[in-house]
Structures are given as C-alpha cells and as structure tokens.
Design a protein around this ligand. Structure first.
Ligand code: BGC
Length: 731
C-alpha cells in the first residue's frame, strides 16, 4: 500500500538543506554522522570534531545539553545530535509492558501513553526512542515477547502505528515529539525455540504475510527510523540483509528515514560466521543499507579505507548521511537543539498517573471467575493478601524501565489498604520473598492469614528481570515455589483470587483448579495497584483480551490462532487421550489427526479471550452483500447487547477465512476490532467496513492478491467462538 505523492515544499526545502550541508562535510564528518556512541562521558572531543552523530543512553539533562552545545556550537558544521533511549513503555511514568498494552485492544490508549512518554523523555533532551518493537511473537519462552504486541499481525500493526503516532505526532518538529524506531527488522520474534538471538528461518511468503506486516504499517505511518535485528534471517544476518533492507524497505516501501544497527550487531556478524573481520562487517552492513552503527566503531575505523579501496561507494555513504540528516531536519533539531524542562509538564503528574491507571485497567485480562467470586463481595470483612508481587514497587514495572523512580509505583497492597480502610481487615504475607524463591519461611504466616480471611488474593508471577531481552525460559510456569504456595493455601479452603503479573503467557495447568479466579495483569506499570483494585472491587469490569494464545503446556508451542488447517485437522470427537489408547493397538485406531495425545490441540486460553463481570450477546450478524464484486467495499455488522447487570467494555473481533486459495490459508485472520462500552441492557450495532483488497494474501509469485471464491467471517468475542457466515467474492 504505497502511495506516491508529490514532495511537499518543506520536504523539498529539507532536501536542499541536506545537499548544501553534504557539500560542506568532510568524509570524517559524514562517517561521524553514521556513528552512535554510548553516553556523553569520554566522547566530548569526538563530538566537537563532528565525529559522532548520535548518543544513546545519556539521560543526564546537563550532559545532554553540553553534548548538544558542543555539536551545534563547536563542531565544524554545527549538526545537532540525536539522543536515543529505550523509551519502551514509559519514561518515568511506566505503562503496562507492550504485551499488556496489546491486551487493551485500544490503540487510542496506546497513543496517549506514548504521547506522555514522549513528553517526559523530550523534557530532558531525548529526541529518539528505540520503540516500538513490533516483532510478531508466537512463543512465550522468548523473553522479549514482553516487549511485543503479541502474535497477530493486524493487532500488532494497529498498536505499533498508535505508538508511533503518540511519539512522533503529526508534526515531528514539535519540541515534544520524538522520533520512533521500528524494530527489530526482521523476523527476530521467530528465533528458534524462543532462545534469544537465535537462528531464524521464515519462508518469504510467511515473512510477508505475518512478520513484515507491522513494519510495513510503520512505514506508512511515517516512522522515522528502523533498527535491524541481532538474528539472521534465512542464513543472512538482519544487519547485512539486502533483501529486507534494500529490496523490501527501500524499493518496495520507499522508506526515507534511516536504519540503525542493533547494539554491536555489526561486529556480531563475525561471530555469526558471516564476516571475516570488522572491516568486512562494516562493508557488508553499510552496503546492505545500515545507515548508523550502534555502540561499536567499525564504521569509524574502516569506512574511509573501504571507500578508498572502492569497496564502498561515496554515494552509499552520502545516502546514509542524507537519511540521517533528513530525520534531524524533520525533528527541527537545527532550529531548537536545546530543551528547557520548564517548558514541559512535570513528570508523573496526576494526569499522567490517571492515564496510566486507565490503560493498566484495560490491559488486565480476566481468565477465570468461578461462581462469580469477583467482583469481591461488599460484605467481605477479612482479606488475605499473599504473594511476592503484592507489594513490590520494582517488579510490577516490568522489563525496559531504565528511567523509572521506584517510589512512583502504586502497589496493589497499598491500593487495597487505602480502599478497605475502615471497611475490612487486610492480612498480608509475602508468601515468598521473590517470584523465584523456594523456601517456606513465610508459608506459616500465609496459611494463618488465609485461614482467618473470607478470600485470599494471591499476587503471583514473574519478576521483571526474568522476562525481556535474553531472559528466555524453557519452563513457563509460575517460577520458584509459587505453585506449591498456591496448593498450600488452597488446602485452607478459603477461596483464592490469583492476580498474575508476568511478561509472557505462563502455563497454569498445575494450579488452575486450585484458584477460583484469575486476573492476568502482565506487568502493569506505575499504576498497576489501583488498576487491579478497581477491578477486584467492581469499580470497573475487566475488559482486556489476550494478544497471544496461552498454551496448556510448553510442548504445545508454537501455538497460535491463525494457523493452517492442514489436511488432517483435529476433530473433537475423534480426539484420542494417551490413556485411552488400547495396548498394542493397530496403527489405524489412533485417530490420525493433528493433535497431541497428551495435550490435545486446544490451548489453555485462545487468542482474543477475556471475561467480564457482565455478559454480552452477539446477534444479527450480517453482511451487506453475500456476493461481492472484486474491487468493491462491503460492510459486516453485528448487534452487541450487554445482557448482564453492570456497565462494561467489550472488544468485538472480526475474523475472516479464505476457504480455498492458491496458498493454503490460515483458519482465521483478524481483520478488525472495536472496543465498545455498554450499559446494562444497552445494544450497539458494530460495523466493519472492508474492501476486497483487505482479503488479499501473498501468492506464489509474492504478489498481494485477492482471489475470487468463498470466504467465511465471524464477529465474535474471541478467536475460538461464534459461528461463521459465508460470502463469495466474484470477478
Ligand atoms: C536491544 C535493542 C535496544 C538496544 C539499545 C539492544 O540490546 O536489542 O532493542 O534498543 O539494545 O539499548
């Protein structure tokens, strides 16, 4: 979907300015623009000489100002610096981790959150964030799934675009806008076995159909920069991948921002076995289209020599510098290189906290609510609060929160004490020191607390540091002694509400029957505590829905909703359990279908799933025309009614399925969603407008086509419910 348009006047001005500047720059300065260094300390002389174009990880506002002053006022051509930082899900005010943000299915909330993050970061001089990460992730063993928007290309695209818009606004030159970065290009989420940095093989069709979709949407949304991945892709490191960086990004998508490597990913191509030495790595990266080198200095050391040897052309270097300068001009850095914090709202102000709380509340997914134990009864007198995540200001913030201040955090225990002051007694025990602890030193007091209470709230999960980069797990159940603690508390007979804070989908089969309710809160950020308490007490109804499929056991991975049908799909009635198989049975008696005899084929919780305190009925599911002419638009709609007795939000999901195509189609694909609010008894007609182009897929020639034929669609509360309606697309 590339639109060609005449270059607007300010773009033309920028190109002219770049030409003029380039004509004045020495080769050393050009290479300088292509080099990014960590922190200000030790780099002053280089900045002054014009040999550094960007710093990352400098967050001291005075040092940023000093660095910027050196660049602007003392370097040969006065080119301002890009100051980059990982502002992933908040700067000071921390929002839910991206996986939690995706669970809100609320792009508007994500945009708002990113706006706040941009303002906070920009107020100290940061003008570039390394976010959003838009790697499609289908494997919760991978620690970085926490940073992703989950498994679905449509949902991830919407979230990525919203985040980019929040960071950049529609005018990048505003002092409170920062450049965004689409990362990690490409395929990083598909590392083998969920082991970070590992090998990636993705056939081109799947790459285009799934993994590249959010990146393409990011380019269309005007993202300023791209970051390559640490991993290789089909045998070629992403950091020297001509196919993705040139053919796709530049030729097909017309991206005109710049590409930065990941941290030392240019040097790591030697370890990959793809480059012989650093000179070779610099040559391969720059010739593939990596404009800026992060952290290492291969460009600085070898580019001059490579140009002299004719292995890298001057045009390649000029193009890279042009791409970088273009973003510096668009950011308005030449006009306003310095920032003054007093021009910005205060960080973590009440408004920001309120927004963070609203987003967190929308990100929490209720997975179980036996006997409607939630919301908690108003008559409750004694509440046990147990678990290592109940009152931990650090852990609930999640991965990649470099600039947090821990005292900003509002924990669930604090919020519960506040809410129940004078109304009920809170009996608190940590239960376990941290999520990984195994010792029983708090078990006795935890049992005592449970015994004297009407309900137990168990705050379980993962500490922030066992999620995120490099923190992959082969077992994805609750770590340490948590399952044991749950079983111990369950024996007291007091009902248990489990609240999980985690960076991935955890397997919970071992304890699912021991708890009465589950609120899955991911790592909810600064305002996680009040957000959880709003749901526990029924001030709000849970409304998050899963952005990833939750497996029953780790051996089911990869498991995702938009899989293929295969020639032998599982059929419930034929499902064979391992213990039902007769001894020495003939091979043919086994039920030859695609499933596990010890885990079935269904996940624990499907993509898109989430419960509410109220109930929603779907009726009148319609399509404007059952026969649609190729090239036409059509509308599908459904009436959603709140049939319960509480106001609530429902996330209405729209899926399609191509019944037969020249590439085997997925069983379902998300094509639209809407978050709506309904009062008890209220109905709303929800419409999704589609063009036949929206049914397209990449065919064997890698052309995006819609083929005529029969399709199905669903409008449903999750990916595993509702019944299909058929329609046909004709030539
Ligand atoms: C990560 C990137 C990050 C960079 C800079 C790398 O380790 O893979 O996502 O932006 O560090 O901190």
């Amino acid at each position: 979907m590339n639109v060609s348009f005449a270059m607007p006047q300010n773009n033309r001005d920028i190109e002219q300015k770049i030409d003029q500047l380039l004509a004045k720059m020495t080769l050393a300065e050009k290479i300088g623009q292509m080099s990014q260094r960590n922190g200000f300390d030790g780099n002053a002389a280089m900045i002054k000489a014009g040999k550094i174009g960007s710093l990352l990880n400098e967050v001291d506002p005075d040092k940023i100002r000093q660095a910027q002053k050196l660049a602007v006022e003392q370097s040969p051509n006065g080119i301002p610096l890009l100051i980059g930082r990982d502002v992933i899900h908040g700067f000071r005010t921390i929002f839910p981790i991206p996986l939690g943000l995706a669970a809100t299915w609320n792009p508007e909330g994500v945009r708002k959150g990113a706006r706040i993050s941009a303002k906070e970061a920009a107020s100290i001089g940061i003008n570039w964030t390394f976010a959003p990460m838009m790697d499609i992730a289908r494997d919760s063993r991978w620690g970085r799934i926490a940073e992703s928007f989950g498994e679905d290309p449509y949902l991830a695209s919407k979230m990525a675009v919203a985040m980019i818009e929040g960071f950049q606004t529609d005018d990048l030159s505003r002092p409170d806008a920062i450049a965004a970065c689409a990362k990690h290009f490409a395929g990083y989420g598909a590392v083998e076995g969920g082991r970070d940095y590992n090998t990636v093989y993705i056939p081109e069709q799947l790459l285009r159909e799934v993994y590249l979709k959010p990146f393409n949407a990011a380019v269309d949304a005007g993202v300023s920069t791209f970051m390559t991945a640490f991993s290789d892709l089909n045998g070629i490191p992403s950091t020297a991948n001509n196919f993705t960086l040139k053919q796709i990004l530049r030729n097909e998508w017309n991206f005109d921002g710049f590409v930065v490597s990941d941290w030392a990913s240019i040097s790591e191509m030697i370890t990959h076995g793809y480059c012989t030495d650093e000179r070779d790595a610099a040559e391969k990266a720059v010739n593939a289209g990596v404009d800026m080198e992060m952290a290492t200095s291969n460009y600085e050391q070898y580019l001059k020599e490579l140009i002299e040897a004719g292995e890298v052309s001057m045009e390649t270097v000029d193009n890279a510098v042009r791409n970088i300068l273009r973003i510096k001009y668009r950011l308005g850095l030449f006009e306003h290189p310095y920032v003054d914090a007093t021009d910005f709202p205060e960080m973590v102000n009440d408004d920001y906290l309120k927004t963070a709380g609203q987003i967190a509340a929308q990100s929490i997914v209720m997975l179980k609510n036996e006997n409607n134990i939630l919301p908690l009864s108003k008559n409750i007198k004694d509440i046990a609060v147990i678990g290592p995540m109940a009152d931990d200001k650090f852990e609930q913030l999640g991965t990649w929160t470099f600039d947090k201040q821990i005292e900003d955090t509002h924990t669930p225990l604090q919020a519960l004490k506040e809410y129940y002051r004078g109304k009920a007694n809170i009996h608190y025990s940590k239960g376990l020191e941290i999520s990984r602890s195994r010792d029983h030193k708090y078990f006795k007091e935890a049992i005592k607390a449970a015994k004297k209470s009407d309900v137990v709230l168990m705050f379980m999960g993962e500490e922030a540091i066992i999620t995120g980069e490099a923190h992959c797990r082969a077992n994805i159940n609750l770590p340490g002694g948590q399952e044991e603690l749950i079983k111990t508390i369950a024996r007291t007979g007091t009902p248990i509400v489990m609240i999980v804070m985690s960076g991935r989908a955890l397997t919970m089969g071992n304890i699912l029957d021991d708890v009465d309710a589950i609120l899955y809160a991911f790592h909810p950020g600064t305002m996680g505590g009040p957000a959880i308490v709003d749901l526990l007490t029924g001030k709000k109804s849970p409304s998050g829905k899963l952005p990833i499929t939750f497996p029953k056991v780790v051996g089911q991975i990869p498991i995702y909703y938009n899989h293929k049908n295969t020639g032998r799909p599982p059929i419930e009635k034929n499902f064979v359990q391992i213990d039902d198989i007769p001894v020495r049975a003939w091979q043919t008696s086994l039920g030859n279908e695609s499933h596990y005899i010890d885990a079935g084929y269904k996940p624990q919780f499907p993509f898109g799933f989430g419960l509410s305190y109220t109930t929603f009925a779907y009726s009148d599911i319609r399509i404007s025309n059952k026969t649609i002419k190729m090239g036409d638009e059509f509308v599908v709609s459904a009436t959603i009614t709140n049939t319960g007795n509480m106001e609530g939000d429902e996330i209405v999901q729209f899926y399609t399925h191509d019944i037969s195509a020249s590439i085997t189609p997925p069983v379902k694909e998300l094509k639209g969603f809407q978050r709506i609010t309904l009062k008890p008894g209220q109905s709303k007609i929800v419409e999704f407008k589609l063009h036949t182009d929206d049914l397209a897929f990449y065919n064997q020639e890698m052309k995006e086509v819609t083929e005529p034929g029969k399709f199905q669609f669903w409008i449903a509360p999750n990916s595993d419910s509702g019944s299909p309606t058929e329609f046909e697309v004709v030539k």
